[in-house]
Design a binder for this molecule. Sequence first.
Ligand SMILES: Nc1nc2c(ncn2[C@@H]2O[C@@H]3COP(=O)(O)O[C@H]4[C@@H](O)[C@H](n5cnc6c(=O)[nH]c(N)nc65)O[C@@H]4COP(=O)(O)O[C@H]3[C@H]2O)c(=O)[nH]1
Length: 703
Amino acid sequence: MSSTRILVADDDPTARLLMQAALGKSGFEVAVAEDGEEALQAFAHATFDMVLLDVEMPRLDGYAVCRELRRRCGDALPILMVTGMDDTASIEAAFEAGATDFVAKPISWPLLGHRVRYVLRATRAATALRMANARNAAMLDAFPDTLLRLDAADRIVELRAAPTGVPSCCMPAVGQTLAEAYPHEVATLLAQALDEARRSRQPSTVDFPLACRTGRPCHQEARVSAIDDGEALCLLRDITERKEYETRIHHLAYFDSLTGLANRRSFLERLEREIRRALQNKWRLAVLFLDLDRFKSINDTLGHAAGDALLQQAAERLRAITRPGDIVAHDTDRMGTAEFARLGGDEFTVLLPTISRPDDALAIAERIRASICAPFAIEGQELCVTTSVGIAVFPDDGEDAATLIKHADIAMYDAKANGRNGCRYYNPALTAEAVHRVELEAGLRRALAHDELVLMYQPQVEVRDGSIATVEALVRWQTPDGRLVPPLEFIPFAEECGLIDAIGSWVLRRACHDAAQWQRRGLDLRVAVNLSPVQFRASGLLDRIREALADSDLPAERLELEITESALMADDADTHATLAALRTLGIGIALDDFGTGYSSLSCLKRLPLDKLKIDRSFVSGLPDDVDNHAIVRAIVALARHLGFRIAAEGVETAAQAELLGELEADSLQGYLFSRAVPAAELEALASRRWPPARGTQFRIDFS
Ligand SMILES: Nc1nc2c(ncn2[C@@H]2O[C@@H]3COP(=O)(O)O[C@H]4[C@@H](O)[C@H](n5cnc6c(=O)[nH]c(N)nc65)O[C@@H]4COP(=O)(O)O[C@H]3[C@H]2O)c(=O)[nH]1
């Protein structure tokens, strides 16, 4: 450790010597000066930790030296003045000149060392305190918080306002108590935090909203800590932005951004809470599961923006249904607030936290169903949508959240399977059906992977000469156990579960391949392939068709696509562009199942179609059903007028064929001529001629 250097300035050589000896004995390194000027010169060449100055000195007295040294070295240098015992005037003058302390003559030599050490220690402590204060002040200046110092009565005795943060209108003032500065609840909260901090000697934190006069939301955080039993510090920080982020994050985590309804996670948490309550209180609750019937096809045909708008409006209707006071139940008070959620896609759930009996749930489900039935106005079009609702009741149908939701979902499927637009309770037998659906999907995936799909072809006979110009490709699923599954048992399901694209692509490629084979064998046949609405709207359709034609080497003119009216429901630019592009390629377009949809005449007129296929439901009653007769006659007249060819489906009797011939249909398809047959049998079939219908007695000769 380096020694402490002391400068002794005194014009009396004896006093100098004695001081030097006494201080040297106490372990200090001592330098001496004979007068004031010499003392200042000594400071110019060396540094000292302390100075002892005699008051009376020639040339420059001790006061002048003291003042000069203070100017040069600041407060950190301890200066001891040596004064006369009773000379209070010089003691006062010494302090005025900036002296740290004084030593009175006659000096007690044994005590001088102790006195010097004490002054040195005190000066160092004062310096350290000054530096700590400066550091604290700098830290507080850099602090983003507003600082309040409070006395024992929670009155603000000091306030350092942060440059930014707490808005001025929410800023307390010095002199106010917390109760005066803040609204009652906030003041109470802060007082509790202060009590806690004083008691535990640990800082404590609270946050609270404040009504800001600007009207903007304001949220503050206060961290309080006790200084001693009386005073306390309170740091205030504006956390409005953080709170807004937290709210937004919470909203994202718990709410569906499209509809503003609760999301799956939030619904599950609430359901779990309500199950616990229901268990304690021994009451029932119900979970409703619903989706919009045929939503997927609406979304695919009208586009996602329309689909989103529909979901938003449907969510709004759900909210409106169970607004407080709207619920019709046997025990309205106990019914509690219903919770709605969108689990994803068009799947919604409703939680009825307390029901007296299962009928209450059915009443709400029916109200929901009826409300969704009213037409929606979407993008300027009126859209009629229905919903199917499944109901599961706690504890009867499940004792935990996941089971209740699953069973309500299964019940909804049952409602769908039973004609849609209905409400169903869960029953255990339905689980078997749900298992069947899961197996069906797995089976279809396997069918695609293992080439279990087969195509059959049904001829369309030309009325003009009884020849077969077109055959319709109809898919079947040959399961490993040898069963031939008809398309209506898996195509609608494939549309629902998203497998239709893969199946449709397979059908297209196989049909093109078969048709190209027939062409190579000299058969003049066109192949008609069904295109589901989902496929029609899917991106990449044209590429897929071009690829299938190119790979099989089939001329585009030999391909016809059958599109149902629902696929063309969106009379928009995309529909026109797709149809026009197909026509430009040379592909024929037939409107399938005509009469069952909602095609408006004006819409039909604008579409580039080749053919209308009259649905077999109109053909089936012919020739006796007068209504069907009139409808078919009108369809034929309309199609003629628009320049389309006309095909009739489901022709089973010669009388039907004859009448359709008279009505001037162009081609006929039905069991009367042939069921759908494997590709290999088609060659034999296609070489036949059926007697022309027009003007002749239609006679079938299958021999
Ligand atoms: N009662 C009666 N029925 C007759 C008669 N003649 C033909 N049919 C049946 O009527 C359906 C005609 O096909 P669709 O209207 O396009 O109706 C098709 C079509 O909408 C769909 N489908 C079939 N294959 C495909 C495919 O490859 N892709 C797509 N997307 N749908 C397909 O499945 C539907 C049913 O197909 P299938 O069961 O093969 O049933 C075929 C056919 O077997 C008749 O005289 N009387």
